[in-house]
Unconditional design. Structure first.
Length: 265
């Protein structure tokens, strides 16, 4: 399914992966193909879900799109900027949240947002208004002036998410943004993603939580052993597999990929 098939008609492509491949060489494990020809598109006004078990290639793919890793082959674009030839343009156009997104422990939540806003070249007036908006959106007013080293896991994750979007980018790449969060904090994050989708942002969303994918994602890709084995709307995935629940659909494709891999071996 492509963007022209979507319910609201054609929309502008925000993120495109074109045959992204990443090969690592390890002295003990040998050659590891972490991503193998990954191809997909995500358009503005869409949340595109990337689902896979641990080690499937999700984070590697997202890191290549975010220009953190250089692909072995293939390429991609983010907001029209090529990840190989214009990495600075990519970074200016996106907010990238990974599992390893860190915070400076001695900075407060407010100082963190101010610092990263300045890195993105925001002027003082715009930045201060944006900081106030994010403190309110994520319910951080009560700990805005507390050092990050003293915050709980949920509080730190709120700050991490807010610093990712402080410059209000058109593209968001979110790698398991709710992992380890309690239901209330995770719910805040989900509502924020829904709002970003409604405002026309392009969002690539990786998660292990099937209910999040069902609620948020217009299309869902299942990746396993570095390859995408399915990519479509939830309704079409239901039709093609005969399963109703996303968990069963996910298992269907992962187990199918395992059987195919065993047959090739």
């Amino acid at each position: 399914m492509n963007e022209s098939d979507m319910p609201n008609g054609p929309r502008t492509v925000g993120v495109e992966a074109c045959g992204l491949t990443k090969v690592f060489h390890d002295s003990r494990a040998g050659t590891i193909v972490a991503a193998d020809g990954v191809t997909f598109r995500c358009v503005h006004g869409e949340v595109f879900g990337l689902l896979g078990p641990n080690g499937a290639g999700k984070s590697t793919t997202l890191r290549m799109l975010a220009t953190v890793l250089h692909p072995t082959s293939g390429t991609g674009t983010v907001a029209g900027h090529d990840i190989l030839t214009d990495p600075l343009g990519v970074r200016r156009s996106m907010g990238y949240l990974s599992a390893s997104t860190g915070l400076y422990g001695r900075l407060t939540a407010r100082e963190t947002l101010q610092y990263f806003g300045r890195l993105h070249g925001m002027d003082s007036r715009t930045l201060e208004a944006r900081v106030r908006e994010l403190l309110d959106t994520f319910g951080m007013a009560d700990f805005a002036d507390v050092r990050c080293e003293k915050l709980s896991t949920g509080m730190r994750q709120k700050v991490s998410i807010a610093r990712t979007v402080v410059h209000d980018p058109p593209i968001l790449i979110l790698d398991e943004p709710t992992v380890g969060l309690d239901i209330l904090v995770a719910s805040t994050m989900i509502r924020f993603v829904e709002d970003c989708r409604a405002r026309g942002k392009c969002i690539v969303f990786s998660t292990h939580i099937m209910s999040e994918a069902e609620r948020l994602c217009g299309r869902i890709a299942v990746i396993h052993r570095g390859r995408i084995h399915a990519c479509d709307t939830l309704d079409r995935l239901r039709e093609s597999t005969g399963h109703r629940y996303l968990e069963d659909i996910f298992v269907h494709f992962v187990e199918g990929a395992e059987r195919a891999s065993g047959a090739r071996a």
